[in-house]
Design a protein around this ligand. Structure first.
Ligand SMILES: NC(=O)c1ccc[n+]([C@@H]2O[C@H](COP(=O)([O-])OP(=O)(O)OC[C@H]3O[C@@H](n4cnc5c(N)ncnc54)[C@H](OP(=O)(O)O)[C@@H]3O)[C@@H](O)[C@H]2O)c1
Length: 305
């Protein structure tokens, strides 16, 4: 099969190569999925799991990409819940070969059925950003109607999901980001926008939940805005500063079939819009994942046209 591999951590995405690889075997409780579309998070090259297995042993060359939509072609020993020919989408294990390939071996529990009226490109754009937003707002942030959310990077892949899901849950959403992203953040439902390069974050006032996808100084300065009993939810590493009278949570997104089904149902009925930027073929994926200009929205690799 054709696959994108990386071998050199220092080279980052520039080290990606399109190669021929053997198709992966199905392990216990796995399915083999013929990948139709794959997502990719640019920071994957910095994740230890791209380079080592769960015993911290070198696993390069590794196939990046951890979200997919496709069709089940084989079942591993003991696999239940999915069948050959079924359309699926989901989140691949961080420590195994990923989805920038024609086939992937993946545990069935990491996948959910992809309804027939949802395109594979859309399906592949949802797992990481949708589940991250869902788990950050509801599992970790315990968001309630009437609360306020500061959604950093509100025009990005995760931020647009955070904004829409928080609005649907009855929260007031203040988005943040670069000046050029103001209109996009507002279009996705943010009720106010903070230009992090020009506006003063401190003018936002008190909020119940900060959803941080940026970290660094932005994360630190946001902590002072959190009301008593509020939460800082970070997906960019453990916060250096914690709210004086609130919680700080840092987490890595997990696969969840029920939550994937909730997310895709919202896409079907129009409550949730995806934030897709460039769509490229597998043959052109190395160039697409090494853009020379600023891109916005998720880059999706359409593995099968
Ligand atoms: N822990 C987890 O489970 C988890 C899950 C998903 C994502 N993440 C992490 O979350 C981060 C965001 O992911 P994403 O897919 O949403 O990325 P994305 O689509 O690039 O969105 C991030 C947004 O924030 C903006 N931004 C970044 N730094 C900024 C700054 N200093 N000032 C103003 N705006 C800034 C970006 O603008 P520019 O493009 O111009 O920088 C972009 O609009 C990544 O670091 C990713 O690894 C973690």
């Amino acid at each position: 099969m054709k696959a994108i591999v990386v071998t050199d951590e220092a080279a980052g995405t520039a080290g990606m190569k399109l190669v021929e690889q053997p198709e992966p075997p199905a392990a216990i409780n796995d399915v083999i999925v013929q990948v139709h579309a794959s997502g990719f998070v640019p920071t994957e090259m910095e994740w230890p799991s791209t380079w080592t297995d769960r015993r911290a042993l070198d696993r390069a060359p590794s196939i990046p990409g951890h979200e997919l939509a496709g069709v089940v072609t084989a079942l591993g020993y003991g696999t239940t819940g999915l069948s050959v020919g079924q359309r699926v989408f989901g989140l691949a294990d961080w420590h195994r070969d990923g989805t920038l390939a024609e086939y992937v071996a993946i545990e069935a529990r990491n996948l959910a059925p992809l309804p027939g009226d949802v395109d594979f490109t859309v399906g592949a754009s949802l797992p990481i950003s949708g589940l991250t937003a869902w788990q950050g707002l509801f599992d970790h942030g315990r968001l309630k109607a009437g609360q306020s959310v500061l959604a950093h990077g509100a025009a990005g892949a995760v931020g647009t999901m955070v904004t829409q899901l928080a609005r649907e849950a009855g929260a007031f959403v203040i988005g943040s980001g670069r000046a050029a992203d103001r209109q996009k953040a507002l279009d996705f439902g943010a009720q106010e926008f903070v230009d992090l390069e020009r506006d003063s974050l401190e003018d936002v006032g008190g909020v119940d939940l900060v959803f941080d996808v940026i970290g660094g100084d932005t994360g630190k300065r946001s902590v002072g805005l959190i009301r008593a009993g509020g939460t800082l939810v970070s997906v960019v590493g453990p916060p250096e500063v914690r709210p004086a009278d609130g919680l700080a949570v840092d987490f890595v997104v997990e696969a969840d079939r029920m939550q994937l089904s909730e997310i895709v149902q919202r896409v079907r009925d129009g409550r949730l819009r995806t934030n897709i930027g460039d769509v490229s073929t597998l043959d052109d994926a190395v160039a697409a994942l090494n853009p020379t200009e600023r891109t916005t929205g998720k880059t999706i690799i359409r593995v099968r046209p």
